[in-house]
Design a protein around this ligand. Structure first.
Ligand SMILES: [Zn+2]
Length: 748
């Protein structure tokens, strides 16, 4: 065994997390997965992009003796990940074709001597070059992680034949736990991964695919769309974005048009040579250009967390592709904007591309593939024309039911009128039953509207009781209802390409009058913009944030790494908001681990001090405020003077940040004062501190898991929510639900 002596003794997984990666708490699911890994269970981890998949094998690798092998399909991806790990002081390396013979031998030596904890390697290199029977046989392997595991499945969107060979790993490493990770979630692909990789009784973890920080919007495409795109890019003020087009030609055209209009944009598609593509990619990742205009060839393995917008200037080919591509926005958990331009002309283009799917040997059309692709295209059109919450449709595609009202898509922000269509739904569903669940939507609508088509007459369906009972509605209205029924799960549609409608449990509830059906009507596509992010940034914080970004870019360029490797945006934002002045304060920033503190602490602290000096603010550490009473009884009796001082300034109309500045206290101290005052019943309307939409989300979280632990609430809500706003809402909630909060108190 090797490597165990190098691991420091750490009291808990949380402290290990802070020590190696600088985070204070795990994201949903991570802790459980890590515990299972430490128990040597095989696992299938299904997590959306940006959910924190890689940490699930990286942290256990550091806690277990031996080497963890990470199978990864792309060279760029493994280099990025290894770079980020090394920057945290972690002994990680990769083996791939970019290395010289000498470099390879040096890395093999380090692995053999137990100096390396994680090695990233492509499947073909691991399996085809005699490595496993050769030098690797002498290494103690602790675990194997297979990233992008959906590549093993032909049903996934990115099948790679070399992934099929990974089945051999089970023979070489009979007792080593294998963790397969993917961001692709359809049932079929999951099943394929488990069987193809021969996972033994795997623990399957699947996180919600909801990405709450992404704002989804569909705009109709028309002559002014280019102007809209340009405005959208300019509104981003230099923040990075991706614009997807359907073809290489459109990529080239759009890039040069944007360049002429002064946008720093570069093209990316499979028609360019590898070297140029790699160059454009790295210029984008390093923030040297703002916009990447690309075909879908661009994206997989792009580990850039701070992409602020993804625009589909043309129609995507299927919902899953759209989810994955748009999901490249906002991986850092901060607000990001996903826009789809939808035009009828694009449907023709995609249909043409589908008709080109022919057997390369015979030239015969591949009918099954064409049929499935056509059905997938229809789901995209449905998505674009939908009137309900976009998330219901996207998540429904992955078999996840979402209640709607996400408040972060165009349809939720600008809802169409809701109408009760229960009677129409009963007619529709009963017609499906009458034709014995053997037909698709158009046929059902034809029967309802009394069509005299040959097919209906031949089938004798003109004699059904439902024939012609839907003449009062147009075919489009019936389609709107039918789509809505599918999205709401009130009827099933087969996915074999034939799209046959079947009744399910819920359909029968509607037919038995046990359930009403409400649908959003008026399918008009309205262009909208998302509401501003809810952070409490004042100009001062924004100034400092920009200054820290510049510092980060300079440090990153010096080391030739992408800026986010130095610090992610969220860490910079926290620095700008809390303005730490000591090493201890700096270390408490999320994303600052021991290595980053050592490497960057002084230079960032110096920048913050210089900034505060220029603004006439205290630039040396202030004495901490006197600890305030924290027991609820004490608070209930009297507020401390310091709370009253805060309240007085609040009454004068100052914002929390301004109070913090005036009182020379940290913002978090001021919000905790305000929270306690709210709980005590002081007149502080919550709306003045937390946006209503965010209040709602936090209240929903409290209702789901209780108000006892702010940390658990934060884990539940995700990183887009801060402790300050959670504190405030918890206080307000406790004030209004004294009975519930006291009962949870007594359980402690
Ligand atoms: Zn929504």
């Amino acid at each position: 065994m090797v490597g165990s002596s190098a691991t420091p003794q750490l009291p808990s997984l949380e402290s290990a997390l802070k020590h190696y990666f600088g985070y204070d708490s795990f994201r949903p699911g991570q802790r459980q997965i890590i515990e299972k890994t430490l128990q040597n269970r095989d696992q299938l981890v299904v997590m959306p992009t940006g959910g924190g998949k890689s940490l699930c094998y990286q942290l256990p690798a550091l806690l277990k003796p031996g080497l963890t092998i990470v199978v990864s399909p792309l060279i760029a991806l493994m280099q990025d990940q290894v770079q980020a790990l090394q920057d945290n002081g972690i002994a990680a390396t990769f083996l791939n074709s970019s290395l010289s013979g000498t470099e390879l031998r040096e890395r093999e030596r380090a692995i053999l001597e137990g100096e390396t904890k994680l090695v990233y390697i492509a499947p073909e290199r691991l399996l085809n070059e005699g490595m496993l029977s050769g030098w690797m046989a002498q290494v103690y392997v602790a675990a194997i992680a297979i990233d992008e595991a959906h590549c093993v499945s032909e049903w996934g969107h990115d099948f790679r034949p070399e992934y099929r060979q990974l089945r051999q790993l089970r023979q070489w490493f009979a007792n080593v736990p294998i963790m397969a990770l993917t961001a692709t979630a359809t049932e079929r692909v999951r099943h394929d991964i488990i069987t193809q990789l021969e996972l033994t009784d795997p623990f399957v973890h699947s996180t919600s695919f909801n990405r709450p920080n992404l704002y989804y919007e569909v705009r109709s495409k028309h002559k002014q769309s280019y102007r809209e795109l340009l405005d959208l890019i300019r509104q981003q003020e230099g923040a990075a974005g991706i614009v997807y087009c359907l073809s290489r030609k459109r990529v080239d055209e759009l890039t040069s048009r944007l360049q002429q209009d002064g946008v720093a944009a570069l093209p990316y598609h499979a028609g360019m040579d590898n070297k140029l593509r790699a160059e454009h990619q790295s210029r984008f990742i390093r923030d040297d250009v703002q916009v990447m205009v690309a075909t879908i060839a661009f994206g997989m393995g792009i580990n850039k967390p701070d992409v602020r917008f993804v625009v589909h200037y043309d129609l995507p080919r299927n919902i899953e592709g759209y989810y994955q591509e748009s999901g490249r926005a906002g991986r850092d958990g901060e607000p990001a904007h996903c826009v789809l331009f939808f035009g009828a002309g694009d449907i023709k283009t995609v249909e043409f591309l589908i008709s080109q799917k022919v057997d390369p040997a015979t030239g015969e059309p591949l009918e099954a593939e064409q049929r499935i692709a056509t059905q997938q295209l229809r789901r995209v059109i449905d998505y674009a024309q939908a009137t309900e919450c976009r998330r219901i449709i996207q998540l429904g595609y992955f078999g996840e039911s979402f209640p709607g009202n996400c408040n972060n898509c165009d349809n939720c922000r600008h809802p169409k009128p809701i109408e009760d269509w229960t009677i129409e739904a009963q007619k529709f569903l009963s017609c499906i039953a009458r034709v014995r669940e053997r037909f698709g939507m158009n046929y059902i609508i034809d029967v309802l509207r009394g069509s005299k088509s040959q097919r209906i007459l031949q089938n004798g369906h003109d004699r059904l009781s439902t024939y012609g009972i839907g003449k009062d509605r147009s075919a489009d209205e019936w389609k709107m209802l039918g789509r809505s029924l599918i999205h709401q799960g009130l009827v099933d549609e087969t996915t074999d390409g034939y799209s046959v409608l079947h009744l399910n449990e819920l359909s029968w509830e509607v037919l038995r009058k046990q359930r009403t059906v409400a649908i959003a009507v008026l399918p008009k596509l309205i262009a909208t913009t998302p509401a501003p992010a809810s952070n409490q940034d004042t100009e001062l914080v924004e100034d400092l944030f920009q200054r820290l970004q510049k510092l980060r870019k300079r440090l990153a360029d010096e080391q030739s790494v992408p800026p986010y490797v130095v610090f992610q945006n969220a860490s910079l934002r926290e620095m700008a908001a809390t303005q730490p002045l000591t090493n201890t304060q700096f270390a408490s920033i999320s994303g600052v681990g021991s290595r980053k503190l050592e490497q960057y602490g002084n230079v960032f602290l110096a920048e913050i001090r210089a900034f505060r000096q220029e603004k006439g603010l205290a630039s040396s550490p202030q004495p901490q405020p006197i600890p305030i009473a924290t027991s609820r009884e004490a608070i209930a009796l009297y507020p401390a003077d310091t709370h009253l001082a805060t309240f007085k300034l609040y009454q004068q109309g100052l914002k929390p940040f301004e109070i913090a500045e005036q009182r020379n206290l940290r913002l978090s101290t001021i919000t905790s004062h305000l929270a306690e005052l709210i709980e005590m019943g002081y007149d502080i309307p919550l709306e003045t501190l937390v946006l209503p939409a965010r209040q709602e989300r936090i209240v929903a979280a409290i209702q789901a898991i209780g108000a006892d632990s702010r940390r658990r609430l934060r884990d539940y809500l995700g990183e887009v929510f801060g402790y300050d706003e959670i504190n405030l809402v918890v206080a307000w909630w406790r004030r209004n639900h004294p009975a519930q909060s006291s009962s949870s108190e007594s359980q402690r």
